[in-house]
Design a binder for this molecule. Structure first.
Ligand code: HEC
Length: 179
């Protein structure tokens, strides 16, 4: 064995020994990190740190399409807002209009135009006696409902979402348009 070979062998075994030490270090280090993530779950469940860690992992694993809430989230919110608006509107009769002709045309006229069920038609003769009672009484009868000799006037013409104010303007409209 030449002197040259001896030097080579010494260096070579030093490198091997170094790599072995490094390998052991890597094993221990990996073990240490792994323990940090999955430290044996104790009887009372995962630790706070583990829960936080799992949440982070979940977040990172969420498919990109799954968190793309741009349109879906916005669309859902818009749909909900639209539904709420529609629900609110449906509780306000005829959009809350205070135009008596609109309410009359949509509802009251169904009976009062042709005198259905004994409803007084829109002719002065049918209304003289009623008008003589005064506006207040007629409005109250229209709001609460009324049964006289003629027939049954349903409360609020049958639409409970009409407000007192809407009934009042409609009765006023009816009286004003009598001929
Ligand atoms: C289902 C048919 C019907 C509808 C709808 C209806 N009415 Fe009448 N209404 C009657 C009848 C029948 C009478 C007559 C009651 C009586 O005198 O016996 C009457 C009477 C009235 C009177 C006279 C009350 C009085 O004191 O003499 C007013 C005012 C009136 N209606 C307003 C309205 C208004 C406003 C609406 C719409 C919001 C309406 N009605 C919708 C059937 C209807």
């Amino acid at each position: 064995m030449t002197k040259h070979d001896a030097t080579f062998l010494r260096h070579f075994s030093m490198i091997i020994a170094g790599l072995m030490v490094f390998t052991v270090f890597l094993i221990l280090f990996a073990n240490y990190i792994y323990a940090g993530f999955t430290a044996a779950e104790s009887a009372d469940g995962p630790s706070e740190r583990q829960v936080a860690q799992m949440a982070k992992v979940d977040e990172r694993l969420t498919p990109i399409g799954g968190v793309y809430a741009g349109e879906t989230g916005r669309a859902a919110m818009l749909a909900a807002a639209e539904a709420a608006r529609a629900a609110a509107a449906s509780k306000v009769a005829y959009g809350g209009t205070l135009d008596g002709s609109v309410i009359y045309g949509n509802l009251c006229g169904a009976c009062h135009n042709a005198g259905v069920g004994g409803a007084p038609k829109m002719e002065m003769a049918a209304w003289n006696a009623r008008i003589a009672q005064g506006m207040d009484v007629m409005v109250r009868h229209a709001i609460e409902g009324f049964q006289g000799d003629g027939g049954i006037m349903p409360a609020r013409g049958g639409n409970p979402s009409l407000t007192d104010e809407q009934i009042t303007v409609t009765v006023q409209y009816m009286v004003d348009t009598l001929q």
